[in-house]
Ligand binder design. Structure first.
Ligand SMILES: Cc1cc2nc3c(=O)[nH]c(=O)nc-3n(C[C@H](O)[C@H](O)[C@H](O)COP(=O)(O)OP(=O)(O)OC[C@H]3O[C@@H](n4cnc5c(N)ncnc54)[C@H](O)[C@@H]3O)c2cc1C
Length: 375
């Protein structure tokens, strides 16, 4: 029986273990998790909001790993500040219960961990190594197949072959408005980068903020918030406009540097990379975790259905090519096109947004790709 090791107990590594053990309870699997057995550190961890697609929602629900407090998105409004053109996507057009959901990183991390804790009770050959950070040198000799799920944030990772620094950072946190924005997500492109307002677990008058901009300007905005929150809200209102109402309060602001850092090949010998360990992307299209979960699910299926490590990894490599390439390329395109100041590009993106609104099949196909990946 092949021995498998997963390095990294983030959402993607944990989900991979859960899907694998669900399909093959007898699998000889070792999971190396940096965190201790207690869930306290996760509960008090990263509160950034993550847009989880309907595809990921269904995959996680199947293993009982769906967090309770996860407001649904029924409508997405996309616009470009100071220019013509906008697009609206509604759940009815795609005949889906929701276009996606918003979860907090800490909550989804915890719910996948708890699902794995349950599933692993029926897995006699599974060993969960808590509080274990495996060194680079030790990793490849851990098992017959080594799955890298070490994740990480842009600029905290080693550089890979596909690397682009967008010179952008994002402020994430929440804002309170004087209007109810139930089930509504806003994505507004500005000259500095996208500004998204998403449904919040805190209630209908709250929105989760993801404000991407120049790193120096972002730093100044954070300083402004701590010195004078009212002026920060005025600046935010100027950048977004009044469509979602007037901003009256903001909180839990934090910043992240943004970029693209991806491997060309996800398989090398008996090792395979999934999630952010394979590709870290700009959050503009909300695709990082969703793509990572699809990486994990396909790999678990390949392992369960193939006789040898070699066959499973080759099969997985083939299956992941199209979705991975399409998602990385479309995210990179979106991250760059809306910040370009070239006149023809400004004009083209206005036309693109308007035509997207008019050409319903094109809009549906794009949205489906974001929701379920490229199959
Ligand atoms: C501002 C922002 C907004 C985002 N918004 C979205 C969104 O809306 N939708 C979306 O889909 N994605 C979004 N993402 C991306 C998403 O957060 C990531 O894609 C996702 O967290 C990747 O999960 P992961 O498990 O691969 O990696 P991680 O979440 O980084 O987890 C990896 C884990 O492995 C552990 N580890 C690392 N090295 C070792 C080692 N040597 N040994 C043992 N353990 C190790 C780490 O401590 C960590 O716990 C966003 C990202 C940012 C920064």
């Amino acid at each position: 029986m092949k021995k498998i090791a997963i390095v990294g107990g983030g959402p993607v590594g944990l989900a991979c273990a859960a899907w694998l053990l669900e399909k093959t309870p007898g699998a000889h699997l070792d999971l190396y998790d940096r965190l201790p057995e207690s869930n306290d550190e996760i509960k008090n961890g990263d509160s950034r909001s993550i847009a989880v697609s309907q595809g990921s929602h269904l995959l996680l629900k199947n293993i009982g790993a769906w967090p309770n407090n996860s407001p649904a998105i029924h409508k997405i409004h996309v616009s470009h500040r100071g220019h013509f053109g906008r697009a609206i996507v509604r759940r009815e057009e795609l005949q889906q219960e929701a276009l996606g959901h918003i979860v907090q990183y800490a909550e989804i991390h915890l719910s996948i961990r708890q699902a794995l804790q349950k599933i692993s009770k029926n897995a006699p050959n599974f060993r969960w190594h808590y509080s274990q950070k495996i060194d680079k040198l030790d990793k490849s000799s851990l098992a017959d197949m080594v799955i890298h799920a070490e994740g990480g944030l842009f600029k905290q990772q080693e550089w890979q072959e596909i690397y682009r620094d967008y010179e952008q950072a994002a402020i994430v946190g929440w804002v309170k408005t004087d209007r109810i924005n139930q089930h509504l997500a806003w994505e507004r492109f500005t000259e500095e980068g996208p500004l998204a307002l998403l449904p919040s677990h805190k209630g209908h008058e709250y929105l989760n903020l993801v404000w991407c901009g120049d790193p120096n300007a972002t730093q100044k905005r954070l300083e402004l918030f701590s010195e004078n929150p009212a002026t920060f809200l005025i600046e935010l209102q100027k950048a977004f406009g009044t469509r979602a109402g007037h901003f009256i309060e903001a909180g839990e602001l934090k910043s992240y540097e943004l970029g693209l850092n991806a491997r060309k090949e996800i398989v090398q010998g008996h090792e395979v990379w999934i999630g952010n360990a394979a590709q870290t992307m700009h959050p503009v299209a909300g695709q990082g975790l969703n793509l990572g979960l699809r990486d994990a699910h396909t790999l678990a299926e390949s392992i369960a259905s193939c006789a040898s490590v070699h066959e499973a990894l080759n099969h997985n490599q083939e299956l992941r090519k199209t979705d991975r390439n399409a998602t990385i390329a479309s995210t990179d395109f979106l991250a760059r096109i809306f910040t370009s100041q070239l006149k023809p590009v400004i004009c083209a993106r206005g036309i693109a947004l308007s035509s997207l609104q008019i050409l319903s099949p094109m809009k549906q196909s794009l949205t489906r790709q974001m929701m379920f990946g490229q199959r």
